[in-house]
Design a binder for this molecule. Structure first.
Ligand SMILES: Nc1ncnc2c1ncn2[C@@H]1O[C@H](COP(=O)(O)OP(=O)(O)OP(=O)(O)O)[C@@H](O)[C@H]1O
Length: 588
């Protein structure tokens, strides 16, 4: 029930709408409860044995008047329900908007590590499906709960006022209702949480396999993917059938209990009518009250159990996501990093992704402004981790990293990242126009700035050749750019951002020499006058680096310029010889 409690608190901000809904519910319930009273008066008036006059205001105290009043009451109650429906739908839509924005804002604030460990599809399922499910709770279940609870309270008072004996009889079936409910509750909620979990799995699997369709196709796994997708969906179907079966079975039993209750009231009440202790109209009105206003809302409330069970899992996932704290905490009160020169110092830096499993084991490294550092080393030696720490995607476990003397943890995070540009191995571009992709580096870039960046990135002729130039869409409905063109576009984007520090993860994939030259030229222009950290794969980059850092198992083993390290004849000399030979062979 904890989740529902928190949910109700979350809804607190819509208090105005809630009060309005509560007021309308009350009026609507009071109006609809007038119907049985009117029916009673009509029947008692029509009683052939002893017609009783109407106790209604002047113009309505006739048969026609009573009918008109009946219609007016229904109309007014319908109108109230309409206004209430609209108000609740609006509140539901507000909730959808607010919760999705809240979740998305929270997601944007989470650290990179969270996304490395989570399946995107599951996150999408929560933001889209789970929030939608909870919206259903507001617009569906909550209306029922409020409306029917008010009706139940009103009807209880009315039936006891009319006939306490019959009222007690009508209520005698309630222990059986409760038992019936308790019997089904666990099954329904267990099954609902399985459905909800499975839905997340199906969505994340779909997203993952479509994103990785190249792998699926190149391993010819299409049929096995279709099989496993069908399998998951069949499980989903079975669980849903079971859920509906459980829900319907609960409802059928509740209907049966209702029938018993109605029969008992009719039987005992009927005898009272025969004996003359009760008027026919009183019995009919009592029966309408009991069946339509007592039993029917009770059954509706019982049926809600299914929806509540389904929503519980959704709420848990929404709250779990909202409760996930970022690993790297951005102190918004910390001072912004002033415009930097770009001096970076790693002081005795130790870092572990998992407790005690150090992947950086005491790094000391000083980089002067404008220098180019090349990280070299075997796979898993810690190169990527070094640059992740610089952008503060993770915090160091021991030691510290400073930029121009500022400890990274003591400055505002965004002001840090704004001054670090990143060009990754695989350039990530969005499904938008070339202009929009470029402007991601600098939102207010002028056309001249765009053109200069594009020129420096050797892209001018490529863009000019496109039908709509800068306004050409990339991806799905637009052009497909080659790997080299994408990379140059990413370089132009970084040029526009004009960061003082540059992080570059060079592409390992071999590009043809012409493309390689174009990219290299663009990169050289990008790196000019910036402190650059390069995870180097190309000999040309390594050779001209101001400092080559050779890493092995999380430690710096060698450091120096190309010629210094060759002279040492250590790890670097060996790596270089290997790579040089490999490049010669590849070129041959
Ligand atoms: N997100 C992560 N969670 C846990 N361990 C990680 C994570 N990222 C990297 N590691 C581990 O940290 C170690 C260093 O990885 P890192 O990616 O820094 O190496 P690298 O030198 O960049 O390797 P490569 O050249 O293959 O990219 C490896 O043992 C790797 O398995």
């Amino acid at each position: 029930m904890g989740q529902f409690g928190r949910f109700i608190r979350e809804l607190g901000k819509y208090r105005g709408a809630q009060l309005w809904i509560a007021f309308l519910t009350l009026i609507s319930a009071l109006l609809s409860l007038q119907t049985p009273g009117l029916i009673k008066q009509i029947f008692n008036f029509l009683d052939p044995r002893k017609s009783e006059p109407f106790h209604l205001p002047g113009p309505f105290s006739s048969l026609t008047g009573a009918f008109v009043l009946l219609i007016l009451v229904s109309l007014a109650s319908g109108l109230m329900s309409y206004v209430m429906g609209v108000t609740i739908q609006a509140m539901g839509q507000r909730f959808l908007l607010d919760t999705r924005v809240k979740l998305y804002t929270h997601l944007q604030g989470l650290s990179q590590g969270f996304f490395e460990k989570s399946q995107t599809g599951k996150i999408v399922a929560t933001v889209v499906n789970d929030v939608g499910q909870v919206n259903g709770l507001i617009t569906g279940a909550f209306v029922t709960i409020i409306q029917d609870s008010v009706t139940l309270i009103g009807v209880l008072i009315l039936i006891f006022m009319q006939n306490a004996h019959l009222a007690l009889l009508a209520l005698s079936v309630y222990p059986i209702y409760i038992l019936n409910y308790l019997l089904s509750r666990k099954g329904l909620s267990d099954n609902a949480s399985k459905i909800s979990e499975l839905r997340g799995v199906i969505l994340s699997d779909l997203q993952e396999k479509l994103a990785g369709i190249q792998v699926v196709k190149s391993y010819a796994q299409e049929r096995s993917e279709v099989r496993s997708y069908t399998h998951l969906n069949r499980d989903n179907l079975n669980l849903n059938i079971r859920q509906n079966g459980l829900g319907t079975w609960l409802w059928v039993r509740a209907e049966l209990i209702t029938a018993v209750g109605t029969a008992v009231v009719l039987c005992v009440g009927g005898q009272a009518v025969i004996k003359g202790d009760l008027r026919q109209g009183d019995l009919v009105a009592f029966l309408v009250l009991v069946t339509a206003y007592l039993y029917a809302p009770t059954i509706r409330l019982i049926q809600l159990n299914d929806q509540l069970a389904r929503s519980q899992t959704s709420l848990r996932r929404i709250f779990d996501l909202l409760d996930t704290a970022p690993v790297v905490v951005n102190n918004l009160k910390a001072p912004a990093l002033p415009k930097i020169a770009g001096r970076v110092v790693y002081e005795h830096v130790k870092f572990a992704y998992e407790p005690e499993q150090y992947v950086l084991k005491g790094i000391d490294l000083t980089v002067e402004p404008g220098q180019m550092i090349a990280f070299v080393g075997g796979s898993g030696s810690g190169k990527t981790t070094m640059i992740s720490l610089l952008s503060r995607h993770y915090d160091v476990v021991e030691g510290r990293i400073t930029i121009d003397g500022h400890d990274l943890r003591e400055i505002e995070l965004y002001s840090l990242r704004q001054q670090i540009g990143v060009v990754l191995q695989e350039s990530i571009l969005f499904h938008a126009t070339i202009r929009e992709n470029l402007k991601y580096g600098k939102l207010d870039a002028t056309d001249e700035e765009l053109a200069a960046a594009v020129e420096a990135a050797n892209l001018t002729s490529v863009i000019e050749a496109l039908p709509q130039g800068y306004d050409t869409k990339i991806g799905e409905e637009g052009v497909k750019l080659s790997v080299g063109e994408k990379q140059r576009l990413a370089i132009a984007r970084a040029l526009l951002a004009d960061p003082r520090i540059l992080v570059l993860d060079e592409a390992t994939s071999s590009l043809d020499s012409e493309t390689e030259t174009l990219i290299q030229e663009a990169l050289d222009r990008l790196m000019t006058n910036r402190t650059s950290f390069v995870i180097a794969h190309r000999l040309s980059t390594i050779v001209k680096a101001d400092k080559i850092v050779v890493m092995e198992l999380g430690e710096i083993k060698e450091m120096g310029t190309h010629s210094e390290l060759l002279e040492q004849g250590g790890i670097y000399a060996r790596l270089y010889a290997e790579q040089f030979r490999a490049e010669l062979e590849a070129g041959a």
